[in-house]
Design a protein around this ligand. Structure first.
Ligand code: KG4
Ligand code: ZN
Length: 358
């Protein structure tokens, strides 16, 4: 019987300070021994978004306490773990360095292997905490900073099929909520207030929906929301209608583009049966879950969502990615540095900014 690995994970890439200890189990998934997340929502609420200096300071203030709690709750001592994994990118360097340096220090002092994890690989592998995943699978990663369709061929082996050419989906939710003055973080509040509105009330644009391929675009949708927001003059009923219409439009875009991505996946992999994973913070949205589940029934593929607590940023997914990389001998030395940009598919064209060709 092979040894079941126990890893400490640390995550500080954006606005959550998180630490977690997990252990592999007999089912091929993970037992979560502790999973501590300290969100900085209160700090960033008044600004309607993440403020880097505030985020870094909050990580510094929180990290010792979060780590101690994760170790205490796990009921095992650091000597008993098999390795340490910390997010090394992409994200804000000042934030990343706090968790990364802490992870490296613990690994050095306890003489354990260290793995610097790509935050996006953490999200990409996160369903493995609860479900048995089979490579290759199709991934829709929807978070505050990223929106991509990828073929997950193996650990450390990704092919990007499509990406947003402007805003990330989470960003579009957050900005829409800010325009409508519905609170921060935007995703959960848009989801909540959409239930009170009429989703057919506003006709909003569906940028590049009919263009070939599965790239996505949300900037035009956001601008249209801004235009309508100015007209409705704070009327509550219209605000809810606008939130609902925004969410419906997002669902329409995701439905259509996932259909295209699934076809691309089948063509490239020659597989008709496959798993489709929706991961990242926005994957917590129930209407998106229902919408894509409907498509999975229609197209006959298996859809898997990470447990809600592993959709948003957390350190259990970082520990899990660390374990998977360790098993492939992808171990880092302590010279590893934080990276602000770190695409999963290094060969994929960079799709934002001037010179962009669609
Ligand atoms: O994965 P995540 O926690 O952090 C990043 O890596 O970016 O994703 C955060 C994003 C935020 O934009 C937040 O508004 C969005 O996920 N989000 C949601 C929901 N919950 C969180 N978006 C839509 N519906 C939700 N229920
Ligand atoms: Zn994330």
């Amino acid at each position: 019987m092979t040894k079941k690995l126990t890893f400490l994970g640390i995550e500080t890439s954006c606005d959550e300070t998180a630490a977690s200890i997990i252990r592999e189990n007999d089912k091929g998934t993970a037992d979560i021994l502790s999973n501590v997340v300290s969100s900085q929502i209160e700090e960033h609420k008044k600004f309607g978004g993440v403020v880097p200096e505030l985020a870094a300071r909050a990580h510094l203030e929180n990290i010792d306490h979060i780590l101690n709690r994760a170790i205490e709750e796990s009921k095992i001592s650091i000597e008993k773990i098999d390795g340490v994994a910390a997010t090394a990118g992409p994200g804000l360097i000042v934030c990343l360095s706090i968790g990364l340096n802490m992870g490296k220090t613990i690994a050095a002092f306890s003489d354990k292997p260290f793995i610097g994890v790509n935050h996006l690989e953490g999200h990409a592998l996160s369903p493995g905490l609860n479900d048995n995943m089979k490579f290759p699978y199709l991934l829709l990663l929807i978070s505050g900073g990223h929106t991509q369709f990828l073929i997950v061929k193996d650990i450390n082996d990704y092919e990007q099929l499509g990406t947003t050419i402007d805003d990330a989906l989470g960003e579009a939710f957050d900005k829409t909520a800010k325009m409508l003055d519905l609170g921060y973080p935007g995703g959960p509040s848009i989801e909540k207030f959409s239930k009170l509105g009429n989703e057919k009330f506003f006709q909003l644009p569906e940028p590049i929906i009919n263009r070939a391929g599965c790239n996505l675009s949300f900037a035009g949708l956001k601008t249209a929301v801004l235009r309508e927001t100015k007209k409705i003059n704070g009327n509550l009923e219209l605000k809810y209608n606008l939130a609902a219409s925004f969410q419906k439009t997002v669902n329409k875009i995701l439905y259509k583009k996932t259909k295209v991505a699934a076809k691309m996946f089948m063509e490239k992999t020659k597989k008709k049966e496959f798993q489709f994973i929706v991961a990242g913070g926005v994957a917590a949205n129930k209407s998106i879950r229902e919408n894509l589940t409907k498509l999975s029934n229609e197209m006959n593929f298996q859809i898997i969502f990470p447990d809600i607590k592993f959709c948003g940023d957390n350190a259990a997914m970082i520990a899990w990615a660390g374990i998977q990389r360790f098993k492939k001998n992808l171990i880092d030395d302590l010279k590893i540095k934080a990276k602000s940009r770190w695409p999963l598919d290094e060969k994929a064209p960079y799709m934002k900014g001037p010179g962009l060709k669609l």
